[in-house]
Design a protein around this ligand. Structure first.
Ligand SMILES: *Cc1c(COP(=O)(O)O)cnc(C)c1O
Length: 350
């Protein structure tokens, strides 16, 4: 085995196309013309940077934002200024936003009582059994005046699932108990379920970031993320020689193997071991062996033009976020929110 050449001190490059984020928001806004469309930027904007993403959305016309945690809300308020609504899905104790004007989501009647007199968003459980006031307690809703009454769909990515219609009916019943209160219903996939799933405020997240909200059908969203990582070494591996931990891949032919600076510590999931497909100049490049913490190895025998220092595309053209997720046995959401802190990050306006 001959190490051809080594290059040190270079890391992966994560490019976030904020123009595509804005375009995706406009696509969703056109689809949901009867109501407003928020931007869900929890988990640091699904790993892509909550503040730059939210600023791009605000410039496109978005006036409502959702995060999950109080700390995320405080950071977003500092980055966005006073104007937009910033709501906190997991709620927070009264006064804990220290005057930042964050809107708590009330997930129980106890939350409602604790925040008496202050603005909030009331979440109802219509069939997900996760957060929100359950139907047994809806008798206690009469007279409440939240900013919005919201609920969340459990099966929106499966349009034929009977729970979708059931949740829509339960939500309509609950809204009848709160006349005049605005509603917030669909997230990304729910926005594609058609009539009956519209509301005064849709709450998409994943679709803004290019994840396909209509699995199994063509993706209506523009891709947002490109992840590339540099080739550190290229070596010749004779037939019969193994590569990487557990010797799980053995060269069946005389091979060229490229070692790339991205591993599971960077969110290049270990479950991609032996399964991922990267690309180089549009050509598919299979991952071989185990993904290790900082490195992954690819069979580049059929890519003779590849050189040390070139970047393989790990997420992007030919291997979009949904395709990577499918190969990892997970969903695009997890691929994005796993993206590590060691990449050089670049924001482009598209
Ligand atoms: C995460 C979340 C959203 C956004 O969901 P996507 O599927 O990413 O569009 C909306 N509402 C609630 C309550 C959420 O937890």
């Amino acid at each position: 085995m001959t190490a051809v050449r080594a290059a040190a001190g270079i890391e992966g490059l994560l490019t976030v196309d904020l123009g595509a984020v804005a375009a995706n928001w406009r696509t969703l806004a056109a689809l949901h013309a009867g109501g407003a469309v928020a931007g869900v930027v929890k988990a640091d904007g699904y790993g892509l940077g909550a503040v730059p993403v939210a600023r791009a959305l605000a410039a496109a016309g978005c006036r409502h934002f959702f995060v999950a945690h109080l700390a995320e809300g405080l950071a977003l308020r500092a980055g966005l200024g006073e104007a937009p609504m910033v709501a906190v899905l997991n709620g927070f104790p009264p006064g804990a936003d220290a005057g930042a004007g964050l809107v708590p989501v009330w997930n129980s009647l106890e939350d409602v009582a604790a925040h008496a007199g202050a603005p909030g968003i009331l979440q109802l459980d219509t069939g997900m059994a996760r957060l929100g006031v359950p139907p047994e307690a809806w008798a206690g809703l009469a007279g409440l005046r939240p900013l919005y009454v919201m609920t969340h769909l459990a099966c929106a990515d499966q349009p034929a699932h009977p729970l979708n219609g059931q949740q829509a009916r339960r939500f309509a019943e609950a809204r009848a108990l709160l006349p005049g209160v605005a509603g917030s219903f669909a997230a990304s996939s729910g926005m594609f379920l058609g009539a009956g799933f519209e509301s005064d405020l849709a709450r998409p997240g994943a679709a803004l970031y290019g994840v396909n909200p209509t699995p199994g059908r063509p993706n209506p969203m523009r891709p947002v993320v490109t992840l590339t990582a540099p080739v550190l070494q290229i070596r010749d591996v004779p037939a019969g020689v193994s590569v990487g931990y557990a010797a799980s891949w053995v060269a069946a032919r005389a091979s060229r193997v490229a070692t790339v600076a991205a591993g599971y510590a960077d969110g290049y999931l270990r479950s991609l071991s032996g399964k991922a497909l990267a690309s180089f100049q549009g050509q598919p490049v299979p991952l071989v062996g185990r993904v290790s913490m900082d490195l992954s190895t690819f069979d580049v025998t059929d890519v003779p033009g590849l050189r040390v220092g070139d970047h393989l595309t790990l997420i992007g053209e030919g291997c979009d976020v949904d395709a990577v997720a499918a190969r990892a046995g997970t969903i695009g959401y997890e691929v994005l929110t796993s993206l590590g802190a060691r990449y050089q990050r670049r924001y482009v306006a598209g």
